[in-house]
Design a protein around this ligand. Sequence first.
Ligand SMILES: [Zn+2]
Length: 281
Amino acid sequence: MSKKRREIPVFEHPIIETHCHLDYLKDRPLSETLEQTRQVNIEKVITIAVSPGNLAAVRELSQVEPWVFGTQGIHPHEAETYTDAVEEEIRAHASDEKIVAVGEIGLDYFYDNADRDVQREVFRRQLQIASDLDRPVVIHSREADDDTIEILKEFEASLKRRGVIHSFTSGPGLAQYAIAQGWCLGFNGITTFNKAENVRDIVRMTPMEQILLETDSPFLTPVPYRGRENAPFYIPFVAEKIAEVKALPLDQVLETAYRNSLRTFFPVQLPASQPGINDRR
Ligand SMILES: [Zn+2]
């Protein structure tokens, strides 16, 4: 007998799941995942590219439903696989109709799966693509706060759309820089973990207008489903936790995060009368 866990709450306000890896989910067929995702009122899902091997897979996934979208980019773990040909592929597809951002890109000095010089170069080259094509970016930064700030500073003027520092686990210095520069910070199931008080502190200091909700599934399953494979349909638990930590009404969290997601990735859907902080042109 499996332990009885609280059912996933379903909220009236729709949610945009801004970061998951649909091609890594193994526990159930994709169609079932997507059906369950719809059942908890998730309106859009963004599935994130990480490696040369899944750029095309993400483009294909972005075609399975009108409400599934993708990104194109190479994760810092995979930085040593970055070639001119890969760059051309990202450039060629970063503005496709269902592709909403360049990502995920960045620096990871925790795992150090790729040489740090290579990570920095590949991060810069992809920020250049986003600058050239005027696309937002999805950033991964782990144990690399200072270099992330230094590199983002080089692109302050050219990277007009900004984007998100996803799965934010960095320190207050990077948070302050990112907030001041109009970036969003993405939060996921980590916010529900007992030991993650440092992340909850960052949630408290981040204006609600700069918070995005995500799962990063199949990783980082929120309480009370830890131990299971994560999936987009667990995102309501993240929304609840953000509301609790920020002491805001849940509706306000859902509404604001939704608008933040539109502003970042789907700006044509926002009425022109409501400028966002990312509107820097
Ligand atoms: Zn990710």
